[in-house]
Design a protein around this ligand. Structure first.
Ligand code: BGC
Length: 358
């Protein structure tokens, strides 16, 4: 019998570079980089499992890496001040080499959700402003808060690295969550009006006529990342009618019965399979809404998707939304990512949360 908990921690340890960065996937051609989005969750899972040194090393790496790009950020902020439109290359990247260098290939770089999520994750990890890591990271946090304050209403790629020209609800929620958490620890860095302003904007622009959050402004579909609005970013409570309606629509439109969760209905990446990490998110939402019994089969489903040696993929193609795209992606990039550290991390978090329930 495989001990998925231990194996997940082993996969994550093996995927952490000396620098502290976590690689997204050690084997997939495109994922040999560290994303703050993935890393935030991987660090959260490690901290939850008592591996605080691993989480701390990641956060410290992220803070050091951001400061390396301080001049680039100041240059961008100055351009915005002067009313100029930044070039794509002026924005921060979404992924870094594990040594903090920029990737050389073209990538869909301008994405803000990972930066908001990282602020949330760092603050959650430190808990108080007197934590030495917070003190070390504070200059990077300050810089990033200014970056996000200047750009939060700019269209940018979503958390799936698509739809460059839109404003995404989950991205705004991540920035909201980041600002709220920073403010709780260190109110000097984010004034009280910021979270309020973002929340009011989301409520005014990101809600469909029938009362659920929308994928992005102007698109009434749901995306599984909308679960982040409550979990963990707290833009709304889990019993808020908006979240209740969003969860119900995610279940209806994106949960394969007895299986995993699609990112969104029109997904074609590797055929648009069921994602393990999103299944874990749905399980987490079930726990927080008093439906822990429905989360247990999800945990079992995630385990059943692992390879014989226990490695967890990004997605599985058993019930693809559009299987005709699978060969295209395999030809382009090879078989889809496995193991994906973020899948293992979300598995660990769901498993830990379920054990707290029993
Ligand atoms: C996903 C991103 C993720 C990245 C690395 C992409 O395919 O859309 O959300 O951060 O892979 O795992």
């Amino acid at each position: 019998m495989i001990n998925y908990r231990q194996l997940s921690m082993d996969v994550i340890h093996a995927g952490q570079a000396i620098s502290g960065a976590y690689v997204a996937s050690p084997t997939f051609s495109q994922y040999g980089y560290s994303w703050l989005r993935d890393g935030t969750w991987i660090a959260a899972a490690m901290a939850k499992r008592g591996e605080r040194a691993s989480a701390e090393a990641f956060h410290s790496w992220a803070a050091r890496t951001l400061l390396r790009y301080e001049a680039q950020i100041e240059h961008l902020l100055a351009k915005l001040e002067r009313g100029e439109t930044p070039a794509e290359a002026d924005y921060l990247p979404t992924r870094f080499h594990v040594d903090g260098e920029l990737g050389q290939e073209e990538w869909t770089d301008f994405q803000l959700d990972g930066y908001g999520a990282w602020l949330w994750g760092l603050a959650e990890f430190c808990q108080t402003a007197s934590h030495p890591l917070w003190q070390e990271a504070r200059p990077a946090v300050h810089l990033l808060v200014r970056y996000l304050q200047a750009l939060w209403q700019s269209p940018n790629y979503d958390c799936w690295e698509e739809n460059r020209n839109h404003i995404h609800t989950a991205t705004l929620a991540a920035i909201y969550g980041g600002f709220t958490s920073v403010r709780r620890l260190d109110p000097e860095l984010v004034s009280a009006d910021w979270p309020t302003r973002i929340r009011e904007y989301v409520l005014a622009t990101c809600v469909a006529r029938d009362g659920h959050f929308v994928k992005y402004i102007g698109n009434e579909e749901v995306d599984a990342s909308l679960l982040w609005t409550a979990l963990p970013f707290g833009l709304v409570a889990v019993d808020d009618p908006l979240f209740v309606a969003t969860l119900a629509k995610v279940e209806r439109d994106l949960h394969y019965p007895g299986g995993g969760v699609y990112r969104f209905k029109a997904d074609t990446y590797f055929g648009g399979g069921e994602w393990l990490l999103l299944a874990a998110w749905l399980g987490w939402a079930y726990i927080e809404t008093g439906r822990a019994d429905e989360a247990r089969p999800i945990l079992r489903w995630i385990e059943a998707q692992a390879t014989e040696s226990g490695e967890m993929p990004e997605q599985v193609d058993t019930h693809c939304l559009d299987a005709s795209y699978v060969p295209y992606w395999i030809n382009r990039w090879g078989t889809s990512a496995c193991p994906l550290l973020w899948s293992h991390a979300m598995y660990l978090l769901l498993e830990a949360r379920l054990r707290e329930e029993s």
